[in-house]
Design a protein around this ligand. Sequence first.
Ligand code: UD1
Ligand code: CA
Length: 469
Amino acid sequence: MSDNQNNFAIAILAAGKGTRLKSKHPKVLHEIAGKPLLGHVVAAAKHVVPANQIFAIIGHEAGLVRAAMASTGIEFVEQKEQRGTGHAVLQTREALKNFHDVLVLSGDVPLICKETIERVLAFHRESGAAMTVLTTEPADPFGYGRVFRKDGGRSDEVERIVEQKQLSEKQLAHREINSGIYAFRVKSLFAHLEEIKTDNPHGEYYLTDIVKILADAGEKVVALRADDANEVLGVNTRQDLAQLDAQLRADKCRALMNAGVSIFKPETCLIDADVQVGPDTVIEPFVQLLGETKIGSECRIRSYSVVSNSTLGNNVLLRNGSIVDQSHVADGALLGPYCHLRPGSDIGEQAHVGNFVETKKAKLGKGSKANHLTYLGDAEIGTGVNIGAGTITCNYDGVKKYGTKIGDNVFVGSDTTLVAPIEVGSGAYIGAASCITENVPEDALAVGRGRQVNKEGWAKKKRTEQKKK
Ligand code: UD1
Ligand code: CA
């Protein structure tokens, strides 16, 4: 295919509102497996042609769709009013004028894969057709346009496509459906596209009407059956979203297990499409691994942990209920239970972050420990540091944030408050319950609290007086 790859573009229908989802957000930005529907289609398209040969036809909330897809580098064509799929494709006339063929994909048919796109294209080329329709025969054809072939169904050639609402009583049981994926010879497509009329229940320009128009004009229209009916399922309702999401996630778990990852009760886990996990890592029930997360090997992710857009090294243990967001955790670190790593946390090798500890933009050096009830924000903490229970970095004065710097091998006693900006030198020791407002020199002891006073017999005397009353 590569010899004339430049002659071939991909257009993706993505301008529709998605009325059946009852959503104010554009349909193609609804997510399955943690990625917008359109993102899945674009990813498949990018496996076949370079991004600048991919044209998304956008309209409803075009700005949002454009922004969500900006990083993919694809091109956009606007359909200002959504007057049907035929009208949508018409908008690409100028953009496609130098291409020989165009493959049309639907932004709401997200499971399409590279191999199928290539099969459609090869079949289209070999048959010398003006148009190729990818079809399938799902268990329930309801809602799809039906594909009627010539010679009572025996031919490769197609006579016409009839939309669900226009099916006659007799045609209702016809099972071969239109996947919404097509290849066209660009010249033939635009020579006839404007002949489509709006004489249908929605008053729209149906792209599917082009089949009969081309066939009547003596052009060849062929159909190719998809190997896997699941791959061309369209998303029209929230139920469809849930079904495809579940299917993709099950596939993802299966692929990870095949690559050596243990997942117990995979049906309870949510693992996004782009997550990577190394072999011999064990994932317990009810775990969520989201976004661009990368987890090393020999890790254990215990139940109810949620890791999003983060990197974990090897041999990391996440005890139950650990939340890790946009953070980095090095080899052998031990987290949780119930810790919260907020964006920008960087946990060093063998470091510990324990029960009810929250970190944000905090670097914890190798072997350092913050095991209980602590907040570390905007902090840079060296190696071998012990952060006692209940330590708080006071990093915010209501307007600005300030940093805390703690050197290597510091011992911070329990219930210490560190009022930033503040620096604690290496090897220093901070007495428990201190409020530290001044920098602490290396190897010093800092104690910042009121002195204890013991009043002998005071309590006993008080009780006696209270009894008299
Ligand atoms: C369409 C096909 C149907 C096929 C099904 C497969 C038509 C008329 N029917 O039906 O034969 O079985 O897909 O999933 O084409 N869109 C625009 N601009 C518009 C209207 C729609 O860009 O003006 C986009 C939508 O965003 C969507 C795609 O085109 O991504 C398909 O539109 P949709 O309304 O979902 O068509 P279906 O009813 O599913
Ligand atoms: Ca659809």
